[in-house]
Ligand binder design. Sequence first.
Ligand SMILES: *Cc1c(COP(=O)(O)O)cnc(C)c1O
Length: 395
Amino acid sequence: MSENKSGSAARPSVETILTHHGRRPDDQFGFVNTPVYRGSTILFKTLDDLDAQEQRFLYGRAGNPTTESVEAVVTELEGAYRTKLVPSGLAAITIALLSCVKAGDDVLICDSAYEPGRKFADGFLTKMGVTARYYDPRIGEGLADLMQPNTKAILAESPGSLTFEVQDIPALARVAKAGGARLIVDNSWASPLYYKPLALGADLVVHSGTKMFIGHSDAFAGTISTTEEAWRDVENTRALLGFFTSGDEAFLVARGLKTLAIRMKEHQERALEIAHWLEEQPEVASVLHPALPSHPDHALFKRDFTGSGSLFGVVLKPAPRASVAAFVDGLELFTMGYSWGGYESLCLPVKLGKNRTAKPWTEPGNLFRLHIGLEGVDDLKADLAAAIARYVQAR
Ligand SMILES: *Cc1c(COP(=O)(O)O)cnc(C)c1O
């Protein structure tokens, strides 16, 4: 869809991209949606065909029309050269990092990064002879002081999905470029609807498609979108490691993407309403939501983002574990569990310990991470109000 129907070359809106992009009904007997393709073997008709290796699909591990239907949409949304669908968000992070490094290299990771990504760096990259160091997510241009000649990748997550620091991606991109390193940005929180890291200078963008893209808490996927320059290394790394994403999972991502714009809008509005309301509650020490004027990175957020996500943090005034238990155990609508991005609201008490090394988290009180789902917003407020009352009572 390089042109719209009137023939003008104006860029279509994200809603139109989500609705029309990646579908090829003419290739599917007119069926509106690309169906689930499952298959390993793809047939060649002649020896010439086999030798030429020019067919659109050669072997099912590299992809199929269902996975490509997702990749086309994400590429368009991110303004990328290409996108690869991979089995999970964590796989997107590990493949992206591995695509940048060889033995003897170094990577810099933001201290607020998704914890399993840190574990991969500390437990796996280091075993392969790659050093991993961590930086304060608010470091900005100061990252230049940490760069070494062998630093080949910088992994940023903006905002961090537990503590919500916004990073100065244009500044990090300048440092990365000057030092010959690639900048990888985890964009799961805002989605490409509200944040475009490649346009801000990043080289690779990763998503946990498990979250907003799929949107229903029922499957895993990840995506890696890159510039033209970074693409070959990503696709080679994925292919060599044998990562494969099934057409079944891809179908669920494609289905979720159709409603991403309206879901993001609803999640954003509800999350903002609840965040503002929480700020007024006496027991609340702070609300960690970059779209609130009280957030330390609000100026950066306003400069670089066009909207906000479903997820934010709330810190309640100090109280013992019994209060935390009273808060979560009695919730009626919010449920407790990992992940986020589904239609249902989630609440997770957060412990920040070993997973912060460059800039330890020192804010007193108890941090809860909230994912605001699609329930009635007044019902969610009532659930939280009762939880706060229990928290106070149990102190
Ligand atoms: C959940 C998450 C991931 C990992 O995604 P999975 O699909 O669960 O592997 C990566 N980054 C962020 C910010 C996440 O929230």
